[in-house]
Structure formats: structure tokens, C-alpha cells
Design a protein around this ligand. Structure first.
Ligand code: AMP
Length: 358
């Protein structure tokens, strides 16, 4: 696809969560239609999209429908079955390419690919049993973070070892579910930052300023922009994001998470091949948000200016924190965004707000 998608074209979005919702809203503003593939009724994305296909993400009939009715297909979460994305890609452009999904879905493949591109990560070892874990732990001085290779997010499927004794590995593999694991060296980071970057059809790239992220109970709590980092650190982070985008021949927006060390050096923790929670601030503090940027990229439009007009702090509203909405609505310089979820549960992201610092 070289020319921009004509107005009125339909963008397929796999996944019906809040990220899909915000993509659909950005698409509508640029004159595009959206078709959401999501089995759950009344999902956040379908509330604002043109149409929903109620089916599993790998349902063959639904994938055919998507291919026949969309001019491009994208996704809002990284666990879309790669086989489904590949099947679709035979008939309709799927962006970012299914390869980005494949790499990001498996921490071992992801870290190997990043290192092959010259991007630094924590040291890591493949763990397929207690014996592997025992030798990896002894290599890392008894400390490390044991993670499932697949389907872990927000700190789920992880176990931390600190100065563990010689027998610490016994039974650990089974306790983690007997699935393929990875042990990462325990990184003594000071803070966590992320970069949201984009690459267009023409290979041009743009990056938003780094955000400094605070997690609570494994869930993103806040993103502060600008992050308190030197220009040198910011430039290394941006370059890593650009190297990743080029290395994957990527089209769309990516979120890259980093560990920041005391000496200002950084390591990539992971990347998400999609718009990212730590980039929500862009909708309030930039003319072109990460959501619009993604739609522009996948539709072959020129990327927008990623510069920021205001400093800001974005905070997630998790579970009952959504009850703060009424008060937030009365505050100046606050942009509130609720996801249309009627039922609040502990740990469920219900919305977020960005407070501009003018
Ligand atoms: P993840 O699911 O990989 O994003 O990890 C969730 C959180 O666990 C990260 O945001 C870090 O705070 C922490 N963490 C993950 N990996 C490591 C590591 N190798 N060393 C130290 N902390 C880590």
C-alpha cells in the first residue's frame, strides 16, 4: 500500500478494550470507519466503532469477514494469535506486521531479537526445568526474575529471587505451571521510563518524549512527562526505539519500556507492538496523540508532529478510583477519559486522566 487509504475506508481492529476504543475514536476523526473483532458484547471499543464482529480472535469465518470488509487491519493487544494475523495478512495488510506480534509474545524471542539489533536488555537465560534455573541462578549470583515466556503482563507470572540459597530452584519450574520460562538478571534500576514511537509506510519515524512511569501492584499508576533524564539518556532511548522499528520493518506505534540505572544508562525491559498505556498523556499534551499517530501510520498518511505543548502527569483510574471522576471534572487543565466499562473491579482499568502543568 503506497497511497493513503481513501476517506471512508474501514480499519479492522482486533481486540475491543480501551486501546481499541481510543484508536476507533482517532480513526473516526480522520474520516475512517472501524470494525472491531471482539467476542465480548458491549466492549469499550465497539461502543464507539462502526461495527463489531462477535467472535474469537482466531475464528476463521470472522477473519474472512475482516479481510473482506477492511482495507487494513491492526490490533490493540499483543496476544493476538500469530497464526490468525498471518492468515489475515494473506488477504489484507496487517499492520504492524505479524512478525512484531511473534517477537513480542515470547520474552526469550523478544530479548534475543533486541540484542541481535544491538539493543541492550537484562542478561537472560532460557529455563525449561529446575536444573536450568539452578544453573542460571548461580550464574546471576543467586538473584533474578523468573518469568513465563508467554502471556505474562503487569507483573503476572513472575517470581523474584534475591540471594537465593542453592536449593531455591527445587520445584520452582512446576510451581510456575510447567511452562517455558526465562530467568532475567535482577536489574537494580532506579526508575522506569518508556518511549512511544511510530514509523510510517515511508520509513519516517517520530518519537514522543520519554515518560517516567510508576507502577502500583504491577499496574501502571502514573506517567510523568518530561521524565527527569538527561538529553543523552533520552537520545539513547529514542535511538533504541527507532532501531527496533527499523529492525522489524514496523508500521504503526510501538511502546518501549526501559529500566533507568543510577548512572543514566538504560536497558529495554519489553516492548508492546501497539499503542501503550504510558502514552495516554499524548492525547492531552500533544496535537497529534499516539492513537492518531497509529491511524496515520497504518493508513499511509504522513506522521504527525510528536512534540509536546505542555508538561503533564497521566494517572490511571483503577477499580473504584473511577469514583474520583466527579471531582476531576471540576478541575482546570484536567482531561478525563473513561472507558465505558459499567462494572468496576479491583485491578480493572476504568479510565485515566491527564493533568496539564501550565
Ligand atoms: P514486566 O511484566 O516484564 O513488565 O515486569 C513487571 C515489573 O517487574 C517491571 O515493571 C519491573 O518493575 C519489574 N521487573 C521486571 N523485570 C525485572 C528485572 N529483570 N529486574 C528487576 N525488576 C524487574
Amino acid at each position: 500500500m503506497s497511497a493513503p487509504l481513501p476517506l471512508g475506508s474501514t480499519i479492522g481492529i482486533i481486540g475491543g478494550g480501551q486501546l481499541g476504543r481510543m484508536l476507533a475514536m482517532a480513526a473516526a476523526r480522520l474520516g475512517y470507519q472501524t470494525l472491531v473483532l471482539e467476542p465480548q458484547a458491549d466492549c469499550p471499543a465497539a461502543q464507539v466503532a462502526n461495527r463489531q464482529l462477535f467472535a474469537a480472535y482466531d475464528d476463521a469465518y470472522a477473519l474472512t469477514e475482516l479481510a473482506e470488509n477492511c482495507q487494513v487491519v491492526t490490533y490493540e493487544f499483543e496476544n493476538v494469535p500469530v497464526s490468525a494475523a498471518r492468515l489475515l495478512a494473506a488477504d489484507v495488510p496487517v499492520l504492524p506486521l505479524p512478525r512484531a506480534l511473534e517477537v513480542s509474545q515470547d520474552r526469550l524471542v523478544e530479548k534475543t531479537a533486541l540484542n541481535d539489533m544491538g539493543i541492550r536488555t537484562a542478561a537472560f537465560r532460557k529455563v525449561d526445568g529446575d536444573g536450568d534455573l539452578a544453573s542460571a541462578l548461580s550464574e546471576f549470583g543467586g538473584s533474578g526474575v523468573l518469568k513465563t515466556r508467554r502471556l505474562g503482563y503487569d507483573g503476572k507470572g513472575q517470581r523474584v529471587f534475591r540471594n537465593a540459597a542453592g536449593n531455591a530452584a527445587d520445584g520452582a519450574y512446576t510451581a510456575m505451571g510447567g511452562v517455558p520460562l526465562i530467568l532475567e538478571a535482577l536489574v537494580p534500576f532506579e526508575r522506569e521510563i518508556s518511549i512511544i514511537a511510530a514509523r510510517g509506510h515511508d520509513g519516517r519515524m517520530a518519537a514522543y518524549d520519554a515518560a517516567e512511569n510508576i507502577h502500583r501492584d504491577g499496574i501502571l499508576h502514573s506517567s510523568t512527562v518530561p521524565a527527569a533524564i538527561s538529553e543523552a539518556t533520552a537520545s539513547v532511548a529514542r535511538d533504541a526505539a527507532f532501531t527496533l522499528l527499523e529492525g522489524l520493518d514496523y508500521v504503526g506505534v510501538v511502546g518501549v519500556e526501559f529500566f533507568l540505572m543510577a548512572d543514566g544508562s538504560i536497558l529495554v525491559n519489553e516492548f508492546a507492538p501497539r499503542v501503550h498505556n504510558s502514552g495516554h498523556w499524548t492525547e492531552a499534551a500533544c496535537t497529534v496523540s499516539q492513537f492518531e499517530q497509529h491511524i496515520r501510520a497504518i493508513c499511509g498518511l504522513p506522521l504527525g508532529d510528536a512534540s509536546r505543548h505542555s508538561d503533564c502527569v497521566m494517572e490511571n483510574l483503577v477499580g473504584d478510583e473511577v469514583l474520583r471522576a466527579g471531582v476531576l471534572l471540576g478541575e482546570p487543565d484536567v482531561m478525563l477519559h473513561l472507558y465505558g466499562k459499567t462494572e468496576s473491579r479491583p485491578g480493572r482499568k476504568m479510565g485515566h486522566f491527564t493533568r496539564l502543568a501550565r
